[in-house]
Design a protein around this ligand. Sequence first.
Ligand SMILES: NC(=O)c1ccc[n+]([C@@H]2O[C@H](COP(=O)([O-])OP(=O)(O)OC[C@H]3O[C@@H](n4cnc5c(N)ncnc54)[C@H](O)[C@@H]3O)[C@@H](O)[C@H]2O)c1
Length: 206
Amino acid sequence: MHKTEIPRKTVYRLSIYQRCLQQLKDNHIDTVSSDALAKAAGVKSTQLRKDLTYFGQFGTRGLGYNVAALSSAISEVLGSSRLQPVILIGVGNLGSALLRYSGFQKEGFEIVAAFDAKPDPKRLHDPKIPLLDAHRLTGYIRQHQIKMAILTVPAQHAQEVVNGMVEAGIQAVLNFSPVILEVPKSVIVNNVDLAVELENLSYFIR
Ligand SMILES: NC(=O)c1ccc[n+]([C@@H]2O[C@H](COP(=O)([O-])OP(=O)(O)OC[C@H]3O[C@@H](n4cnc5c(N)ncnc54)[C@H](O)[C@@H]3O)[C@@H](O)[C@H]2O)c1
């Protein structure tokens, strides 16, 4: 099945299912019922079953899903069976915190390089991740055919950085800068805004 046929929200939930399946694998659990998997993922089991129809038939009635088989099918669809290279731009407070997080690999992503307008080696602790001057950003994207980027630069620089990256071939941006980025239709931007998330939570405690 071609990726674009799967709705974006489903693709997002597939990543969540994948994370749950990985935990089951870590705990040596071979099969899981759709109810249990749905509960772990925080969705209704009808939603889970609907999402998995994009793969054809999965699971045996009464027995549940084979964890390894379902996980590798989802990997194939998400394109995460091999590590997806990602770059990070803006190694300040937030960027360096993200670089210190070691959990991305487990989810199938590898931060292969970090860029900053004023690279400060003190900010980067992982010797495996090169910290490069922002001048080298577009050349690096082209040379290594990087498709995904995490953006943690100040708001006023975000658009210009994205323009260069898109020109060089970036197709997906995880944007932490508080600006609405303008990109061509072929490029996807996911915005992360902790303030919005907090506002959402505060609605429920009123
Ligand atoms: N989404 C959220 O929930 C959330 C939370 C915290 C911060 N932020 C945003 O993340 C961004 C970074 O915040 P911070 O506290 O780490 O800021 P910071 O000032 O500590 O770091 C920004 C870094 O970007 C670098 N930079 C500036 N222009 C650049 C360019 N053109 N190319 C490459 N690097 C460049 C700077 O040298 C600096 O190292 C800000 O836009 C901030 O508003 C978002």
